[in-house]
Design a protein around this ligand. Structure first.
Ligand code: IFM
Length: 474
């Protein structure tokens, strides 16, 4: 092994999960309902009618799961806190039992020598707040800051790294424009207001965490899309520019520059005048980040129209690979704009595998974020895993995926990107949103009927990487 395969000393290796995807126990100890409980209970929304139970029953098995993290040599674990466990009504009375769960989890992690990295919002909005208007409604941002303060007061003496919001693009556009995630609405203006209030919630929550006085490092986990024009024609380049605006810059410009991009405001002027943006919001949103989390899975290619393209490669109306759930056009797209697959190998999600996208996204965000620390807060893949006769899970495709992407991350580090760590998605197989339990992303296989865990071959490979900082030979 040459030293070209070795990460710098101190590079952090972790794995990530999210509350609704792994905890189960959706009615235990006073937890309130979330929008995902409601969405799952709505016929036709989630494949197979799957719900947040049993998931991985992590709520009752967290000690065993921390044991698995040790086996994988993790230096850090990224989890999310379920808002409706802590505040069953979204605001008001705190549910001590819910908060105690995270307290125990954090103590167990620290005792195992694993840094706890907490995300405050990974999509499980309390249903009561949805009933009051949800993210399109400004007050939800304030309620989010109140909740952040409650959690940070309790855990901030032991949790140093906080991510306010996970993937605001998914929470706003998949949930309110494409309707494939909770709350399942199809209203572009509501989606834009939701996006703004998620950003505002981030800014207000950051301030609330800082005001607890604990030593906190605050970021968010952003799924910056890698958008490439399908061809070099002016039309395709324009389509890619528009898609980049509403997928990426609509979030990163307010966060990093304190302003919405003029071209995006113009592209969306037929939908809204952005009057939901109040005078002081952008200053709150642009509060300095201590780090930026980057979630990356697959790049996307866009074309101005399907004309002349092989119909088998085109997903209509702006749909395609990536995390859009296959639902419809990106917001503000012209009716002709499409995603075009490039014929690369795909994962079980149908997402094309291209590690060069990892390099590109890290280089771009390093250039745009002014030198702050970057972390890959999610990267991974779903494949159709089975436990074989020898009791193992042989998943060479997942190992190849990780190897390619980790190597691209190393290349980025070598080129000067201030990338300080990497979290695999995901520690455990889990509830993959509208896909239910049909898509397995884990380094550890979970049998949902028995709750038996089996470390996959990829998990063993990752343990060697995390234990040595060197990309293992296969
Ligand atoms: O499972 C999700 C996660 O909740 C958010 N980022 C993408 C993952 C894979 O789709």
């Amino acid at each position: 092994m040459t030293d070209r395969e070795e990460f710098p000393e101190g590079f952090l290796w972790g794995a990530a999960t999210a509350s609704f995807q792994i905890e189960g126990a959706t009615t235990a100890d006073g937890r309130g309902a979330s929008i995902w409980d409601t969405f799952c209970a709505t016929p036709g929304k989630v494949l197979g009618g799957d719900t947040g139970d049993p998931a991985d029953d992590h709520y009752h098995r967290h000690a065993q799961d921390v044991g698995l993290m040790r086996e994988l040599n993790l230096g850090a674990y990224r989890f999310s806190v379920a808002w409706p466990r802590v505040l069953p009504e979204g605001s008001g009375e705190v549910n001590r039992a819910g908060l105690d769960f995270y307290d125990r989890l954090v103590d167990t992690l620290l005792a195992a020598g694993i840094q706890p990295w907490a995300t405050l919002y990974h999509w499980d909005l309390p249903q009561r707040l949805q009933d009051a208007g949800g993210w399109p409604h400004r007050d939800t941002a304030r309620r989010f800051a109140d909740y952040a303060a409650v959690v940070a007061e309790r855990l901030g003496d032991r949790v140093r790294h906080w991510m306010t919001v996970n993937e605001p693009w998914c929470a706003s556009f998949l949930g309110h424009h494409l309707g494939v995630h909770a709350p399942g609405h199809r209203d572009p203006v509501a989606a834009l207001a939701a996006a703004h209030h998620l950003l505002l919630g981030h800014g207000l929550a950051a301030e609330a965490i800082r005001s607890t006085g604990h030593d906190a490092r605050i970021g968010l986990a952003h799924n910056q899309a890698v958008i490439r024009p399908h061809s070099a024609t002016a039309e395709d380049v324009r389509a890619a520019r528009r898609a980049d605006g509403v997928r990426n810059r609509i979030f990163t410009d307010p966060l990093l520059r304190g302003a919405y991009p003029a071209d995006v405001l113009a592209d969306l002027a037929h939908l809204t005048d952005f009057s939901f943006v109040a005078d002081t919001d952008l200053a709150a949103i642009a509060t300095p980040l201590d780090f930026l989390g980057v979630n990356y899975y697959a790049p996307e290619w866009v074309a101005a129209s399907a004309k002349g393209l092989d119909p088998d490669t085109v997903s209509g109306g702006g749909v395609g690979s990536g995390e859009d759930g296959g639902g419809g056009a990106w917001i503000g797209a012209t009716p002709e704009e499409v995603h075009v697959s490039q014929g690369l190998p795909v994962t079980h999600m149908g997402w094309e595998v291209d590690p060069s996208g990892m390099y590109d996204v890290l280089r771009r965000l390093a250039a745009e974020s002014g030198g702050i620390d970057l972390y890959v807060t999610e990267n991974g893949c779903a494949y159709e895993d089975t436990v074989t006769g020898d009791g193992a899970v042989h998943d060479p495709d997942r190992i190849a995926y990780y190897e390619g992407h980790v190597r691209a991350a190393l290349e980025a580090v070598r080129s000067g990107v201030p990338l300080r760590g990497y979290f695999a998605w995901s520690l455990l197989d889990n509830f993959e949103w509208a896909w239910g339990y049909s898509r397995r992303f884990g380094l550890v296989h979970v049998d949902y009927a028995t709750q038996e865990r089996v470390v996959k071959d990829s998990g063993r490979w990752y343990a060697r990487l995390a234990g040595t900082g060197r990309i293992p030979r296969r």
